[in-house]
Ligand binder design. Structure first.
Ligand SMILES: Cc1ncc(C[n+]2csc(CCOP(=O)(O)OP(=O)(O)O)c2C)c(N)n1
Length: 520
């Protein structure tokens, strides 16, 4: 549980003192929500947040939006002014229902203590069933302080939400026929594959039917990128081979994706134009929403793949795979220095991959470094790449790394940050130090808001404005926050510095000067 106290939630904190639950005090409510989000992404279990009313709640909006866009299970409890004061502009009153409606899967306003057990049960049910998402429970202070005999229900009964759906036999038959008849098939695996625990089933299908696998940003880790069938990241900033394969495919099997514009491009009608598209997702609203598909199946990805497996014929598609092989670019691309003596940011990710032998939980902030981490690190397992995809919320990286580290104490967390985003939530560094978490924070210092500068370079004729950014000495900041900070400027010292940092027991921050002209 992650949170921050205040006047309208202090009685809940009084109970938490006695509760058998780990509690982490963040330093800003946005940080608390990103921590719970990182915890949920890394563990698969819902993250829980407790904050106060008014400013406590308004500070959570970005975090809720990020979790909501990416379908991350979370329950956020927030204090509210007493029932009788709602609507009176009471001290620290905010319209939680109105404010969170657009950034949560569902929200509740509790009206009496008697409702609380059932509401909490329903909130966890909604957060974790169907397409996962954040659920908000607004609890007026008098309801928190009243007593009730109501019990936590054994079963959740919801009148209007029944998300458990399965494919029909005819859909399964049509899917098998399309896969068995395809000559140039591609699987597009998204976050839904990870959410449904279907990574092994996707791998089994890909290997049995000889189907190459491209992923979305949210799907990274859903298919082992060291497998010869892996195409890596698709879409804007994606791998050439992945995009070319999708453009030339005769069948795209889109599993647990929502066809975000980063994947389809601005004109979704042109996406995979030569292909029949099959879309499998647990969210019925996503079918035929952005891309019109040949066959849409509302189902849990894992359940569907297990059902269809016996109908899939073994195949190899050697010609198709040879065509794709010619589209692959050498991995050395992007590593050659643009300016002598200056570290290439891509080389930083390679150094982290080598130093951890790929066994790390990678967390990113948002920007160029996020894309290099997405493409350069070879992601091999689900829930080991944590990044704000749909919302693209700068400031996500540091707190999400803390939540992820708490979820997976067995793994080293490597958090890639830009010097811009690192300044948005750096107050949370002290939490990593306080808890002694094994996180290597890597700030890629390029002196600029790199991804926006890249847009100014390509789309605005190099007219740079408001993208050069001064940064503090992050090594001094790290020291002030209670962890070791190391500055790296020399390419010859990069590998050793990264290797040492990932071996260190607790948190450590590397402030690495990288080339500002590198392209993502
Ligand atoms: C909260 C928020 N504000 C603004 C943006 C727009 N934005 C996207 S990437 C980016 C630049 C990030 O710069 P930096 O953190 O230094 O990372 P770099 O791109 O240099 O790796 C900006 C401003 C955003 N994604 N999130």
């Amino acid at each position: 549980m992650f949170g921050y106290p205040g006047g309208n939630v202090v009685s809940v904190f009084d109970e938490l003192r006695e509760a058998k639950v780990g509690f982490v005090l963040g330093r800003h409510e946005q940080g608390c929500v990103h921590m719970a989000d990182g915890y949920a992404r890394a563990s698969g279990r819902p993250g829980v947040v407790v904050v106060t009313s008014g400013p406590g709640l308004t500070n959570t909006i970005t975090g809720l939006g990020a979790a909501n866009m990416d379908g991350i299970p979370m329950v956020l409890v927030c204090g509210q002014v007493p029932l009788a004061q709602i609507g009176t502009d009471a001290f620290q009153e905010a319209d939680t229902t109105g404010l969170t409606r657009a950034v949560s899967k569902h929200n509740f306003l509790v009206h009496s203590a008697d409702e609380i057990p059932e509401t909490v049960a329903q909130a966890f049910y909604i957060a974790t069933h169907g397409k996962p998402g954040p659920v908000v429970i607004d609890v007026p202070r008098d309801c928190q302080e009243a007593t009730t005999a109501a019990q936590y229900p054994e079963r959740v009964v919801l009148r209007a939400y029944h998300p458990e759906v399965s494919a029909t036999p005819s859909q399964v038959a049509r899917l098998a026929k399309l896969v068995n008849g395809a000559e140039r098939p591609v699987i597009l695996a998204g976050g839904g594959v990870i959410a449904s625990g279907a990574a092994d089933d996707v791998a089994a299908l890909a290997r049995k039917a000889g189907i190459p696998v491209a992923t979305t940003l949210m799907g990274l880790g859903s298919f082992d990128e060291t497998d010869p069938l892996a195409l890596g990241l698709s879409g804007l900033h994606g791998e050439y081979a992945a995009n070319a394969a999708l453009a030339q495919a005769d069948l795209v099997l889109a599993l647990g994706v929502r066809f975000n514009d980063r994947v389809t491009g601005q004109n979704a009608a042109k996406f995979a134009r030569r292909a029949k598209i099959v879309h499998v997702d647990c969210d019925p609203a996503s079918i035929n929403k952005n891309v019109t598909v040949h066959l849409g199946i509302t189902a849990d990805v894992k359940e569907l793949l297990m059902t269809v497996d016996s109908r899939i014929c073994p195949a190899e598609h050697p010609e198709w795979l040879a065509t794709i092989a010619a589209w692959r670019r050498p991995r050395t691309e992007g590593l050659k220095p643009l300016h002598p003596g200056v570290i290439m940011p891509q080389a930083v990710v390679e150094a982290a991959y080598a130093a951890t032998k790929g066994r790390a939980l990678v967390v990113t902030d948002v920007g160029q470094h996020q894309l290099w981490a997405a493409k350069r690190f070879r992601h091999t397992e689900p829930r080991r790449f944590v990044s704000s995809g749909g919302m693209g919320a700068m400031g996500f990286g540091i707190p999400a790394a803390i939540g992820a580290a708490i979820a997976r104490p067995d793994l080293r967390v490597v958090a890639f940050l830009g010097d811009g985003g690192a300044q948005m939530t750096c107050e949370e560094l002290i939490v990593a130090a306080e808890l002694g978490l094994p996180i290597t924070f890597i700030v890629m210092r390029n002196g600029t808001l790199g991804l926006v500068r890249q847009m100014q370079r390509h789309q605005f004729g190099g007219r740079y404005f408001a993208t050069d950014i001064a940064s503090p000495d992050f090594t001094l900041m790290a020291k002030a926050m209670g962890m070791r900070g190391v500055r790296v400027t020399d390419p010859a010292r990069l590998d050793a510095a990264v290797a040492r940092a990932v071996r260190s027991r607790g948190p450590v921050l590397l402030d690495i000067e990288v080339d500002r002209d590198a392209e993502a």
